[in-house]
Ligand binder design. Sequence first.
Ligand SMILES: [Zn+2]
Length: 579
Amino acid sequence: MLEKLLITLLIALNFYTQFCFPKLLANQNIRLSDLKNHQKVVDFTVEAVYEVDNQKPLGARFRHNQSGFVLDLLRIQSVPQAFMWVNSHPVSDRGEPHTLEHLLLGKGTKGRYVASLEEMSLGNSSAFTAQLRTCYHFHTSAGSSVFFNLFQTKLDAMLHPNFSDEEIRREVRNMGITNDPVDGSLSLEEKGTVYNEMVSSFERPWGNLYFELGKMIYGHDHPSAYSAGGYPTAIREMKPEHIRNFHNSTHHLNNMGAIMALPSELSLETVIVRISDILKIVEPDAKYGSVHPDDANNLLSIPDGKTTGTLSQVTFPHMNKNEPGLLVFSWPANRTLDSKQNILLDLFLQTLASGQTSNLYRRFIDSQTQTMDIGATSVFGWRSDEAGEPIFIGLNSVHRKTGDAGMMDSIRQVILDEIQLISNYPDGSDELSEFNKRIESRIEEYRKEITDFFNSPPRFGYRGTGSSWMKHLSELHKIGGFKRSLTFSEYFDWASTIVKSNKNHWREMINNWKLLNDKPFGVVTLPDPGYLEQKRYERDLRIEEYKTMLMERYQTNDIHNALLNYQEDYDGNTAVIKK
Ligand SMILES: [Zn+2]
């Protein structure tokens, strides 16, 4: 009897914790300002609150108890919107991350359903593949219940896609067949949205340059050096199983997160209950990962940095053999800096190499002050937040003659000399104070930009909306702590004290950042009038090889017969996809 009672009690308790507990919490009025560290809210645990300079919180970060999924909730008055991200470290140059971005929310019955639901839901969406993450974002003006419905449908299509192998081939790359409307002749054509997109991407100067530089910095087999979009030669090797394996190893709740901006009419508990329910449905057997999804990049190895300073040339198609090119230098990926240092380094790089007031503008572009005339029209610099934080400085529209190693080396030396000069500014000198004043005005600009940034809607779902919010929150995650300041005020205050001092702090910083320890790598782009012709020649060879293969497949010596057979099969496959 007692045993029976105990079992009944246990079942009741189990039922209570599973089903009633969330509802109990759901009836409470949870406010952002009341959240406590590690507090359990329905199926989530509070990890941090986001504040704006000690005013009331603007948002909070939660982790899903079962999977570790990261949920960032922001209170911003606008239509409901979300930015979903997946860690998608590339495993090859075939472009698996990019291909999945194309397939998941558009192919298979699930992908197509997402697209039509979005249309009916007055929604808008966009997606992009960054080097280490794939991002999908959307908004809807049809209210919150439609928003959650869309979120669930998208998440389900991302986790459990049902596109066919043929749909993969069609989206990635396949040999298509076309019928000449005039004479009825058949011909083969390399098709595939991803393939053709990447072919043209690698025809632009940045395409080959970025690819080459990545390999120099990280070596050939590193997720930060593989082409996340896909390198055409490698894309041609892509098989459906590559995509399926990659999907299996990346697209799980424990490797993802979402930032949601929701209006305050929607109570916090409604949101958390709704998302708890959705996650339970889309991946009921989710496992908590061993790594926080926002720490996945920490797993990437930092190169040993033994080989540095290599200079190299890549080409881009242009009929003018003197067309100006792009020149970019990169310091090796061998630094691990905290957020304070990152902010200061960003300010330093902007002041050194960005805009008309920058030191390198004076060195290379301003005709009154330039050390050498290389034709450049602008200069830029940035720090990557990938493993080892490589630093880049580049020049646009450089003369064709800068393409030889000797010239590249001289340009690099001018950059290094300028950094050395800054490092040597005497304490209390006019040069130091002039440099610091420029940094100071950038600090003020940054502060204003950041305030504007979180006072405006994030514009998720619009084309061209980048990863600023995601990066901002990741940087705050790196800093850690429960209360996180969205404005980074403390860090800018620290940077201000550095630039207001009479002491030259840059000497120590330049040393910390290893700017004078290693010679940067360099890549320049050169115009190649024969580029397209060469590519056409190679493509025609592939088509000829394919024809031979088709004649073997259909056991005929007549190419027209082989093509007719192929067309029949191809059209048959198309009909299956369209069903
Ligand atoms: Zn694309």
